[in-house]
Design a protein around this ligand. Sequence first.
Ligand SMILES: Cc1ncc(COP(=O)(O)O)c(C=O)c1O
Length: 363
Amino acid sequence: MVPMVDLKKQFHEIRDDILKVLTEVLESTQYILGPKVSELERRIAEYHAVSQAVGVASGTDALHLSLNALGIGKGDEVITTPFTFFATAEAILYTGATPVFVDIEPDTFNIDVRQIESKITKGTKAILPVHLFGLTTDMEEILKIAKKHNLKVIEDCAQSFGAGLNGKKAGSFGDAGCFSFYPSKNLGGYGDGGIIALHDTAVADEIRKLRNHGSKGSYIHERIGFNSRLDEIQAGILLIKLNHIDEYNRKRRQHAAIYNELLSDTVRCPVEKKGTYHVFQQYTIRSPKRDEIQKRLKENGISSVIYYPVPLHLQGALKFLNYKEGDFPVAEKAAREVLSLPIYPELEESVIIKIAEIIKDVV
Ligand SMILES: Cc1ncc(COP(=O)(O)O)c(C=O)c1O
């Protein structure tokens, strides 16, 4: 079966370095929040041209702790997209705030910034855009709206490590850029992990406190926090992978270009808006024949996944938010038509050609 990602191939290419760092960490006996975490924080801050980065236990926690440290809580509203992974809304709800959805653009799958202002109320405290599938949202417009209405901006960069917009990195625009190191992400660990990139030292210090039971250390607790620390083994692995991330992303882009060339007459291919640098965490096509395409790919031993079959406003767990079908027609239509195809740095061109041939044959 052709997988969606091939982590084994990648592991074998960097195996010696990984085993070396694992041994180093194991011998050090410092397994949580040690020198590897500090080095990773320093290098990720540098990579994003921000002054601070704080490692946490997951991408979900990166969002939750950022919202919390930025003062968002009970009674507040946070504007976000209904077409994303569930964790985006969960993190908002963990704080006691309410997610307020705004429909997406049909070509980028990202929040439609032109519709944001109409959803701003007295309760709105933040905008939380998601750079879905590796494509940066129109951050310049979002920052303008946020400035005008005095709102915080938290970027969900779980799928966009290395993505850019007009020479700046995704995650460096707002008050906090939240990344996930889930293994299948562009920069993935060998377990859970996450990091927040940010400019404000005071907010970074607050997040450092929150990740460690509200304490700066020495068993003095200034507030109720969480256990959300990044461990040394993950940080060691991520430091090695960080050396390769730009090359990994370049390869993803090369594969996407081949898919585009072969498929653009057949299905709707991903777009890359002017000034953006897409890192293709997913290569997602649109077609009314989506289900047939998926069935035929499966018969030919090729994986594909529907990200996402049900937009958040129609999820059973969020029924209490009182949204209904028809509220976000663009997201709902996308959910009926999208299909993500295998994409990873080690993918072979011959496989892309085979996948494209199958899709053309169906359509
Ligand atoms: C858009 C988005 N937000 C948040 C998350 C949560 O990240 P994690 O799984 O590391 O908690 C993910 C990934 O899983 C994601 O894709």
